[in-house]
Design a protein around this ligand. Sequence first.
Ligand SMILES: NC(=O)c1ccc[n+]([C@@H]2O[C@H](COP(=O)([O-])OP(=O)(O)OC[C@H]3O[C@@H](n4cnc5c(N)ncnc54)[C@H](O)[C@@H]3O)[C@@H](O)[C@H]2O)c1
Length: 362
Amino acid sequence: MFGNFFKDKKILVTGHTGFQGSWLTLWLKLLGAKVIGYSLPPTKPSLFESLELENDITHIIADIRNLDELKKTISSNEPNFIFHLAAQSLVRESYEKPIETFSTNILGTVNVLDCIRNSTTIKGCIVYTSDKCYENIGTKQAYNENDRLGGNDPYSASKASSEIVTTAYRNSFFSKITSPRIATIRAGNVIGGGDWAKDRLIPDFVRAVIRKEKIKVRNPEYTRPWQFVLEPLCGTLWLAAKMIQESKYAEAWNFGPPLDREQFTVKMMLKEISSEWNISEPIIEEKTDKELHEDKFLNIDSSKAGNILGLKPVYNLQEAIAETVNWYKHFAEQENEIKNYSIKQIENYVNHAKQLNLSWTY
Ligand SMILES: NC(=O)c1ccc[n+]([C@@H]2O[C@H](COP(=O)([O-])OP(=O)(O)OC[C@H]3O[C@@H](n4cnc5c(N)ncnc54)[C@H](O)[C@@H]3O)[C@@H](O)[C@H]2O)c1
């Protein structure tokens, strides 16, 4: 898979204790990579602890804003590639903690890129920004990579800024053919097992089911580009392999669901999740803290990734929801087996992708 690119490579994953970082770390380990993780401590519960990843990697707990610590980590571990996922990742929290959000998401990216400037081992880096980095003009339009960056809330603005910082570093310091190659990923909303973040739809649903409570949502009619967690991660891994082969891939990429997929609202998602969970539809209680702005429509156009990288979604939305619900049910019933179950989910996903003959499966 991925042209065998990851075997024995030293890969630094920032944000490895988070939801996507834990899945990425698990997958990288299965591909034979040596992973160095750099993040704040895992939350409780956390996918990172459920997967017992601490024993499989070089596990560093430190702040991405601490440049000296990051430099020390890079000089002592000499990674070949960086996946930069560490971020304050929540829109609501960004209203409560704007300075932390801007400093983590912007200065964190600056620190990572500046360390690359001074490293002789790092050949490339993928910076995770977000589908929310676009200037949202309030329509159902799907934004593509040439659309204007923007952000109506601190989180979105911090991710747009991280894009601008990355472009500036690429053009200023990494423009030679021999320079490290830097790309960004603007991924749509991710669902999958093991997300325990607050104010996200799936974890909020799971917590409401466990506590037998009504689910509180802010905006049941809002749409988001939902996708299964392994979809943007396989795109990330494939892009890393491609951009090391050819510098033309070192640019910005949208990774999201196909444009012809029906746009699901939060309410439609809840209906599907409940039916998959085999429970009656949850009673939705609208949250009262609705005065803070969130964009009603959000969609991204990922045709470029389809046309140039040959990426195609492996699962439709129903399959993505089924995989997600099955993970949480399995976790509730057999928590000590969840690592094997998560590995099986990656294997099943790869087997489906192989049947579709997707380029990254070779
Ligand atoms: N979850 C989504 O739907 C989604 C969609 C698009 C983009 N993203 C982006 O993808 C990346 C990963 O998201 P996630 O869903 O795994 O989020 P998450 O909140 O589960 O994980 C965030 C990770 O960043 C680390 N982190 C936070 N602040 C830090 C700091 N100051 N120093 C060091 N580490 C720090 C955390 O410890 C954690 O490991 C983030 O950059 C996020 O903005 C997420």
